[in-house]
Design a binder for this molecule. Structure first.
Ligand code: SF4
Length: 121
């Protein structure tokens, strides 16, 4: 799967989904994901999201190992058709320290994508 402008080819390795950080979701994304899952919005929020650490929004739930709750056993995103913008933006618009060693995707025409952003987010 390529990024919006085709500059990054995702291999589906799940690296970004296992990163133990927050996946912030906007109100519009919550509506979209709840509809995609066939759940009432309130139920989706109650069962599949948590308050962000800054208490200013919601993040997708995570497994005990810190991976996203929507990463399936076969390493696929169960929200693929409705996944949040943050997921679509990895790694060109945000990433984390050391991501280059883990991510199996490729930037078009190179062996490895660009540099990590300061602060890793
Ligand atoms: S929503 Fe999908 S793409 Fe985003 S972190 Fe979770 S499993 Fe990965």
């Amino acid at each position: 799967m390529a990024s919006g402008d085709g500059s990054f080819e995702c291999s589906g390795c799940g690296t970004c989904c296992r990163w133990p950080g927050q996946v912030r979701v906007s109100a519009a994304e919550i509506d979209r994901i709840a509809a995609f899952l066939g759940l009432p919005v309130r139920e989706f929020i109650a069962e599949w999201t948590a308050l962000t650490s800054d208490r200013r929004g919601l993040t997708l739930g995570e497994r005990e190992d810190g991976a996203c709750a929507f990463l399936s056993g076969d390493n696929r995103c169960r929200l693929q058709a409705a996944k949040p913008q943050q997921c679509q933006d990895f790694p060109l618009r945000w990433n984390f320290p050391g991501w280059e060693r883990l991510c199996q995707g490729r930037k078009a025409g190179t062996c490895r994508p660009g540099r990590p952003s300061p602060g890793g987010s």
